[in-house]
Design a protein around this ligand. Structure first.
Ligand code: IPE
Ligand code: IPE
Ligand code: MG
Length: 241
């Protein structure tokens, strides 16, 4: 265990809003897309760090439902980039025991060939259990809730049967625990439509580091900060319900 981290209180689920790629590139006089490309090393170092800690679930925000607003060339790059990343690195993830999954709108705007890579990576790693790496891709927290409500209505669920448990069952990954810790890089202090339902009681850690510069020691620092927090879930510490 890295120094200063209590192995018994490692967050089971860590979420990352991987932000700051464009600024990282601009500061170097490079096109924004170079920042996305440089984010790959950050992601895989974070995966290594998470495995080292024994994190069971790592969820990364890779493309939001609002990111379609970007210039068409950048969007095209991001689609191709994610497709190629999955193709190039799924075997390596499989070898490490990492199950790859996706949350997001699959039937809306995502090119067929990207979907194919998503499905291949999911199939290959289906039984890997060391850690689950979930890509939030074409993901929006509001879209997830809209999709949930729409399926609840389509299933003819009675109004009186709707409760929090039922809604949670209709989310994209109903078996995924809620994140204990969510990290956002690049000094932006907002959620930007990430896991709206799921992060109701997550601890949020913000860092100035731009995503392409993020490495496992930044993850460890966030986990140390997490371990200093006192989670009360609306209750009073040390008093059982
Ligand atoms: C995050 O970096 C990656 C995606 C949203 C795909 P940005 O591209 O948002 O980088 P900044 O925020 O413009 O620096
Ligand atoms: C959030 O970052 C989405 C991802 C990291 C994929 P954005 O850069 O899109 O968020 P805003 O626009 O700054 O809120
Ligand atoms: Mg951004």
């Amino acid at each position: 265990m890295p120094p200063g981290i209590d192995g018994r209180r490692v967050p089971a689920h860590v979420g990352c809003v991987m932000d700051g790629n464009g600024r990282w590139a601009s500061r170097r006089g490079l096109p924004r897309t170079e920042g996305h490309a440089a984010g790959e090393a950050a992601l895989f170092d974070a995966v290594e760090g998470a495995l080292e800690l024994g994190v069971e679930w790592l969820t990364v925000y890779a493309f939001s439902t609002e990111n379609w607003r970007r210039p068409v060339d950048e969007v095209r790059f991001l689609m191709k980039f994610n497709e190629s990343l999955l193709m190039r690195r799924r075997d390596e993830l499989h070898d490490k025991g990492v199950r790859v999954r996706f949350i997001g709108r699959r039937n809306w705007r995502v090119p067929r060939r990207v979907l194919r890579q998503i499905e291949e990576a999911e199939d290959l790693t289906r039984n890997d259990r060391r850690m689950t790496l979930t890509f939030a891709f074409n993901y929006g927290g509001r879209a997830e809730l809209v999709d949930a409500v729409s399926r609840i209505v389509a299933d003819g669920v009675a109004a009186g049967a709707v409760d929090e448990k039922l809604i949670a069952k209709y989310l994209y990954a109903p078996d995924m625990p809620e994140p204990d810790l969510v990290i956002r890089t690049s000094g932006e202090y907002r959620i930007s439509n990430f896991l709206l339902w799921e992060l109701a009681y997550s601890e949020l850690v913000f860092t100035e580091t731009l995503w392409p510069d993020f490495r496992r020691h930044d993850l460890f620092a966030a986990v140390r900060e997490f371990q200093e927090r006192r989670r009360r879930f609306g209750g009073v510490e040390g008093v059982e319900e």
